[in-house]
Ligand binder design. Sequence first.
Ligand code: BG6
Length: 488
Amino acid sequence: MTSQIIPVEPFDFVIFGGTGDLSERKLLPALYYRQQGHQFSEPTRIIGASRSKLSDEEFRAFADKALREHVKAADIDEAGLKAFLARLSYVAVDAKSGEGFGKLKKALGGSNAIRAYYLAVAPNLFGDISHKLKENDLVTPNSRIVVEKPIGRDLDSALTLNDQIGADFGEHQIFRIDHYLGKETVQNLMALRFGNMLYEPLWNSAHIDHVQITVAETVGLEDRVTYYDKAGALRDMVQNHILQLLCLVAMEAPSSMDANAVRDEKLKVLRSLKRINGAEAPKSTVRGQYRAGASAGGAVKGYVEELGGESATETFVAIKAEIANWRWAGVPFYLRTGKRLASRVSEIVIEFKPIPHSIFGDNAGRIQANQLVIRLQPDEGVKQWIMIKDPGPGGMRLRQIALDMTFADTFHERNPDAYERLIMDVIRGNQTLFMRRDEVEAAWTWVDPILHAWADARQEVQGYTAGTWGPSASIALIERDGRTWHES
Ligand code: BG6
């Protein structure tokens, strides 16, 4: 059964940083797909806004090239592409001096259509753009502002950014993107937990031994030298994506999918995370940095060679986190993420407790604990590992098999990119999959002490060979507790 597409109201979509990387790779393709999916109503307009002095025609040429490169060739429909390009126009703006905002106002006209201002720019421009929009009377009741991570590099800077934007837009108009929340499989986590009776009664410390969340990448620095070296894996991946996943695993059932109902529950989880202070950090965290090795069949440089200079920035982090509340006390959440790891895989593993007593005797083999493996990417799906009797004669021997719900086997629709869903939610004004201000701040409140502990104790990055699963200390982190990382 295919789902019914409900068109959104006509809207004006302004992309600050319209000629940048995010616009090219994600935003324009996502908008194109939604147009092709018949989700637009007329008149819907897309306005690029950047410092470069481009004509409308030049911006359209940029978009044409971007779409041909980043949309699957089979999905390019020439008539659709032409219609899409006709929606585009361009205004040169300077966020610092304010030049061009008058022109933007003229381009938008006086309508009260839905407006989305998407800030695909560096965070140090968030405040300037937001203030210039306000000064130029561009913040109408129907306007929303969209910002990307990083929202700050610590709690203080996050507070400042949130204050700056909050001075011009109401919280209901601010959409803080964490693109992981737009992934189909991440939303599926909520479907799995709250659309089934099966798991929820077992979803607690009485029945779950531990949880693992892995977001492993094979890519290295890519072209993000300046940003990444200042950020590192903890800020880049854990503060946002991994903590959001942890929240979805650990939160109580919200009363509905209402944005505040969901975000209230996530916030409680973030606030229940046990602080990792100076004494705890060396035991509960591992920082790593990749050295030269092999990835995707070829030799790759180490991080410092790629960077072209010395650096103590971590490209890998593993953390043993704990949630101090009734549901989760005593259940470790092992988190790990890194660049240049052995394979690209994001998954959540829920390991249930072992059975209390085996009735099967010594010949039955080892009775393994049930595992629920939620594969976020690639090969999206869910596997429930259970014990069954090995078929045939030979007595009661047991073995583990997976109930395999690989989505590609069941669903044949295209898996939309996270940005498609998120952009449409911005237009609909639905904030369920966006981070509220207090969530971002609570996440930093947990991350900051780790950063301080690392700095105070000079906790060094441990080298790992590119193409492996990270430093051996990360294996020790979990094996000390008598557990092992799930092999993907
Ligand atoms: C981004 C990080 O937020 O997420 C990148 O800044 C990372 O460093 C990326 O590569 C991973 O996203 P995805 O969707 O490819 O898993």
